[in-house]
Design a protein around this ligand. Structure first.
Ligand code: PMP
Length: 402
């Protein structure tokens, strides 16, 4: 008799299952629009040149060793990360009421923050956008939250934000509920609120005493400008909110598998910092004890050196410009071919992903019949498009819709 005999098979994680299917497909023109990772115009993964430079410098630095980092990670890295998010003139930094904790990429930062809120502050209800990144729900429930709720976000009819529904759902939320907000480049829709809409959102969050937990997985990657992509978080800080923000260096540094991230914490006053830090320390100690150093050292090396920082910004521009170019190309092709429907949303959306408007059946048809791999929600990663495959993808979309 096995202890495991009655265990039910869990459901596959869609995006990873799709990637495996893609790898096993030997169709020559197959296209991978599922993976959320940057690719060059040759369809190749890209290690940022500035990361190569930093890695060489680190490899030659004999003073570095492999001993444990502190439980809350590499402090110089966290400090620079929080500064990059909040901006040099942030009131929270000037008043010493913000700090960072190095965590395992964006996911780990969300998880540590969520577990703190659930187990130390007794929070039970969280809200995520409908739709959202598929992992938010699992991360927060695994962290101890009891109830997952959605707020309206995407209006499929107008292919844009349902701001009225969004605000109404926040108004109906119970006091103290945690609201997950995408700092920029909403995944999967590529559709962000305008600044005026963010002001409305902030005012309901304030009035209803909700807690804002930002997810910042794309700073710099969305617009190509680090400050512009951090505007929303900075606005909330200026408005006096206490908040958490999970930062990921997967996309903007291309450090996907190094699991490099930071949980930025902004409080009302410095008085609360020691207690909050001590409780987060216990959470991390019981979860993975301390984080790995390699990615954090790379980011620290770049953020602390003006010349490398400029190089990094130019690497980010390369990535964001290619994505913006691919949006234009895809829209042009779809319009040129006369694919049914309107395609302005493709260029109006921002960030790595686009919500095409294809439904589940149509998306599956794209995979089965055309070997164009995309999620059943109709989400495509713009990074998988290249000058050589964009026409094929547009033709496939047209065939699917006609
Ligand atoms: N949040 C969002 C919205 C994301 O798109 C991602 C990456 N797909 C993450 C968080 C976390 O990614 P990672 O853990 O690799 O940093």
């Amino acid at each position: 008799m096995s202890w495991f005999a009655d265990l039910e098979q869990g459901p596959p994680i869609e995006v990873f299952a799709l990637m495996k299917q893609f790898a096993d497909d030997d169709f020559p023109q197959k296209v991978n629009l599922g993976a959320g990772a940057y690719r060059t115009d040759e369809g190749k993964p890209w290690v940022l040149p500035v990361v190569r430079t930093a890695e060489k410098a680190l490899a030659n630095d004999e003073t570095l060793n492999k001993e444990y980092l502190p439980i809350l990670g590499f402090e110089a890295f966290s400090t620079l990360s929080t500064r990059m998010l909040l901006g040099d003139d942030s009131p929270a930094l000037k008043e010493n009421r913000a700090f960072g904790v190095q965590c395992l990429s964006g996911t780990g930062s969300l998880r540590v923050g969520a577990e703190f809120l659930a187990t130390k502050l007794g929070k039970t209800v969280f809200y995520y956008s409908k739709p959202t990144w598929e992992n938010h729900r699992l991360v927060f429930l695994s962290a101890g939250f009891k109830e997952a709720r959605e707020y309206r976000y995407w209006d499929a009819q107008k292919r844009g934000l349902d701001i009225a529904g969004f605000l109404q759902d926040l108004k109906d939320a119970p006091e103290g509920a945690v609201i997950i907000l995408h700092a920029c480049a909403h995944n999967p829709t590529g559709c962000d609120p305008t600044r005026e809409q963010w002001a409305q959102i902030a005012s309901v969050i304030k009035e209803k005493k909700l807690f804002a937990f930002f997810d910042s997985a794309y700073q710099g990657f969305a617009s190509g400008d680090l400050d512009r992509d951090a505007w929303t978080v900075r606005y909330f800080v200026q408005e006096g909110f206490e908040l958490f923000c999970a930062q990921s260096y997967a996309k903007n540094f291309g450090l996907y598998n190094e699991r490099t991230g930071n949980l930025s914490v902004v409080l009302k006053s410095p008085k609360e910092i020691p207690a909050v830090k001590s409780q987060i320390t216990l959470i991390v100690r019981g979860m993975y004890s301390n984080p790995p150093s390699h990615g954090a050292r790379i980011v620290n090396h770049v953020l602390s050196n003006n010349e490398l920082f400029d190089q990094w910004r130019s690497n980010i521009k390369t990535m964001s410009s290619r994505i913006i170019d691919m949006r234009k190309r895809l829209r042009e092709e779809l319009e040129r071919l006369g694919a049914p429907g309107t395609w302005n949303h493709i260029t109006e959306q921002i960030g790595m992903f686009s919500y095409t408007g294809l439904n589940a059946e149509q998306s599956q048809h794209m995979v089965k019949m055309h070997h164009v791999y995309m999620l059943s929600s109709g989400r495509i990663s713009m990074c998988g498009l290249t000058h050589s495959n964009v026409e094929y993808v547009a033709k496939s979309i047209k065939e699917t819709l006609t």
